[in-house]
Design a protein around this ligand. Structure first.
Ligand code: ARG
Length: 483
């Protein structure tokens, strides 16, 4: 049995009569069944969601007269005192009670007496656990959006400082065309902005109440589903009770958003690992965010980025695991669905770790503009400039491409860049070439000239930065106001 959050656990099986559903059973549950069946070892993470859902349910039961106002009051008071203890980690759970729902119910009955047994009127663990998961995902989505905003802020800050820093842009990891470092960093800003949208959508999917679906068919009691949803700040209701208890799409939505985010962060991590290598030397990591070697005294390793890259694997895995768990399930609830939790919890913990460490690390990266500049100048990243130069003077681009290709071959054979060729040599390739060609080959000008919308031209990057700041300053998600 795994234990989380440090809550004390009592593993003793307290016998068949003690089980909340023990009535129809003549034998005690086999200990090996408990080991497999019980989820309290991990679903205790849902304790606050579970209690909040129960408070809403009990309040509604009292309001509509299914239980008396006094009974509702006693139950709600008991739940609130349990909640306070839960926040202090002071509740003791027992494996025999299987899961967080039955543990809380037993603790409530112990605290307020038999009236506590009225809490589960007009409710099933099936709608209860679905509700807990909705509340948990909604909160996790909000937290992720907030943390992504912090990471975007760090990228914005670096971008602002490096609009005019140029480096080679790459395709196929070959130096392709010079770009502004800010432009490169902002590419990650916009990726993360799409991640925010995806978490916002996952939030919306979770912002729906399954409570009142009962085991699967609804209930004979005159419950008010709208009221419990309202008490919990949930925006909508499931229309269909069978769908309500069978649905885990909202968990998948969250996990997909998390997987895509981790894929983005893994690419970013990979890039900074490369850039901080001795071979690139484009960036220096802050000491506080790097690690050393136990044997090689000179090493300063990018373990943080490597772990960000590495941890993407488990997050992808959790998404696929849950898809697989769900794919063969008949409607409605099946115990397989208990497997939705550990992967989700691990996903949330992983995001929290990764999104916690990246903003201060990114903010404290020291870029090496002179190294980047040298990488641009010692390359053929300005070859397109020359082809464009000829094309702008009337030569069909395809022809220009071929001519410049031959010049590159020549220069490469001599171990020099294009701008080291003499005007005579260049004119021998095409008489359209004049003295101003050297201006055209200048990498800073090459960047500045890319004024097309969304291009890397410095002014255009400044426009983009302003747009990014506006997006960043706006509320990430309208639905994010609750949960
Ligand atoms: N621990 C269960 C879960 O996580 C709660 C729902 C159990 N419902 C049931 N009918 N066995 O899914």
């Amino acid at each position: 049995m795994k234990e989380r959050d440090g809550h004390p656990m009592n593993h003793a099986d307290n016998g068949s009569n003690a089980r909340l559903w023990g009535g129809r059973f003549a034998e005690e549950t086999d200990a090996r069944v408990h080991a497999l069946n019980a989820s309290i070892g991990f679903d205790q993470k849902l304790v606050l969601e579970d209690i909040d859902g129960s408070i809403a349910h009990a309040t509604m039961l009292g309001e509509v007269g299914i239980i008396s106002p006094e009974e509702a009051k006693a139950i709600v008071a008991g739940l609130k005192s349990l909640r306070a203890d839960a926040e202090r980690g002071a509740l003791t759970y027992q494996t025999a009670d299987e899961d967080i729902h039955m543990n809380i119910e037993r603790l409530l009955i112990e605290r307020v007496g038999p009236v506590g047994g009225k809490l589960h009127t007009a409710r099933s663990r099936n709608d209860q656990v679905a509700l807990d998961m909705h509340l948990f995902v909604r909160r996790a989505a909000n937290a992720a959006m907030e943390q992504i905003r912090a990471l975007q802020a760090a990228l914005l800050k670096q971008a602002e400082a490096h609009v005019e820093t140029i480096l080679p842009g790459y395709t196929h990891l070959k130096r392709a065309q010079p770009v502004s470092l800010a432009h490169h960093l902002l590419a990650y800003f916009w990726m993360l902005e799409r991640d925010v949208r995806r978490f916002c959508a996952a939030h919306a999917a979770a912002d729906v109440s399954p409570l009142g679906a009962g085991a699967l068919a609804g209930t004979t009691f005159p419950i008010d589903r709208r009221r419990t949803a309202e008490l919990l700040g949930l925006a909508g209701l499931y229309e269909n009770s069978i769908d309500a208890v069978s649905d885990r799409d909202f968990v998948l939505d969250f996990m997909f958003a998390a997987a895509t985010l981790m894929m983005h962060l893994s690419r970013l991590a990979e890039e900074f690992i490369m850039w901080s290598s001795d071979e690139f030397g484009f960036v220096e990591l802050p000491d506080a965010f790097a690690t050393g070697s136990s044997i090689m005294p000179q090493k300063k390793n990018p373990d943080v980025f490597e772990l960000v890259r590495g941890k993407s694997g488990r997050v992808f895995g959790h998404l696929l695991a849950l898809l697989t768990v769900l794919k063969g399930l008949p409607l409605a609830y099946n115990k397989d669905m208990q497997e939705d939790k550990e992967g989700l919890f691990d996903t949330v913990e992983t995001l929290d770790l990764v999104l916690g460490v990246l903003p201060p690390l990114i903010e404290r990266l020291t870029f090496r503009p002179e190294v980047m500049r040298r990488a641009v100048e010692q390359s053929f990243a300005n070859a397109t400039e020359l082809a464009d130069y000829l094309a702008a003077r009337g030569m069909p681009f395809r022809e220009a491409h071929a001519i410049v290709g031959r010049l590159v071959r020549e220069a490469q054979a001599r171990g020099v860049p294009l701008q080291a060729l003499s005007l005579q040599e260049l004119r021998a390739a095409s008489p359209l070439i004049a003295e101003d060609v050297y201006t055209a080959l200048d990498p800073v000008r090459a960047v500045a000239r890319r004024t097309s919308f969304g291009g890397t031209g410095f002014d255009e990057v400044r426009r983009q930065l302003a747009a990014a700041r506006t997006v960043h300053g706006s509320r990430p998600c309208r639905a994010g106001q609750t949960g």
